[in-house]
Design a protein around this ligand. Structure first.
Ligand SMILES: [Zn+2]
Length: 249
């Protein structure tokens, strides 16, 4: 049996709840997002026409907790729905699952996250990070004559992105859907260690090259970081020791 690719009416709490649409939402939750419904569906005959099975509402609520601050248990069609937040749920449902940043060494970056389970991003976010690491490496070589001192090879340190299914990831307020990334500023000694803009080891020139590589990428929206001597960064409290990068996709 084939299903329509787009829901025709809203699904979930106080939705229109066409049977085909409910099935499609369930398929997307389970197939696209490895979602496991908490318990068996009610037999269809016990759900009145136009009502949504509470199990499905619960699953939608849980899914929304991954990506939005106020879950409401409902998905609207991509066009003609009643609210942006419900349309956003649909967009998230049809998106491919998050991918892990490859953890292999030798790609121009290293991880300083508290675990590989905290480094899942959208496919585009992961591609962006790999590309930026490559651009940074190339530009550092190009800039070497202009940067004083004999420097060790530097990789960029990538921290938290998101959990595999998104959602709250303490201590961050954001990082909910694979499009926020923390990156360390560069150090003069090339150590894989933290550094703050007030430290002697902080390397402004290399960090400037990193910021330029980020901001030249079409998927980078903005970079929050507190060394405002670097053009293009946005000062934000508590961003002396990392760059918070907002990605479009
Ligand atoms: Zn952050």
């Amino acid at each position: 049996m084939s299903f329509p690719q787009v829901i025709r009416g809203s699904v979930g709490r106080q939705g229109v709840n066409n049977p085909d649409d409910m099935r499609l939402v369930e398929d997307l939750l389970c197939g696209n997002h490895d979602y496991v419904l908490r318990r068996q569906y009610l037999p269809p005959t016990t759900v009145a026409p136009g009502e949504c099975d509470p199990v499905l509402i619960e699953a939608i609520l849980d899914f929304q907790k991954g990506s939005m601050p106020v879950p409401n248990g409902r998905v609207d069609p991509p066009t003609g729905g009643e609210s942006n937040i419900n349309r956003l749920t649909w967009e998230r449902l049809v998106r491919p699952p998050l991918q892990q940043l490859p953890q292999t060494l030798g790609r121009g970056y290293y991880s300083y996250s508290h675990g590989p389970q905290r480094q899942f991003g959208t496919p585009m976010a992961i591609k962006t990070l790999e590309q930026v690491a490559g651009i940074f490496f190339t530009r550092m070589r190009y800039n070497e004559p202009a940067i004083p001192g004999n420097r060790p090879y530097r990789e960029i340190g990538i921290g938290d992105i998101s959990f595999v299914k998104g959602g709250p990831i303490p201590p961050h307020g954001e990082h909910r859907w694979g499009t926020d990334v923390d990156i360390r500023p560069l150090r003069k000694d090339g150590q894989r260690a933290a550094v703050s803009i007030a430290d002697g080891q902080y390397d402004r020139e290399a960090t400037r090259v990193l910021v330029e590589a980020l901001l030249s990428h079409m998927n980078v929206v903005r970079v929050r970081f507190n060394d405002t001597k670097i053009k293009g960064v946005i000062w934000t409290p508590k961003h002396d020791n990392h760059l918070h990068v907002d990605l479009l996709d």
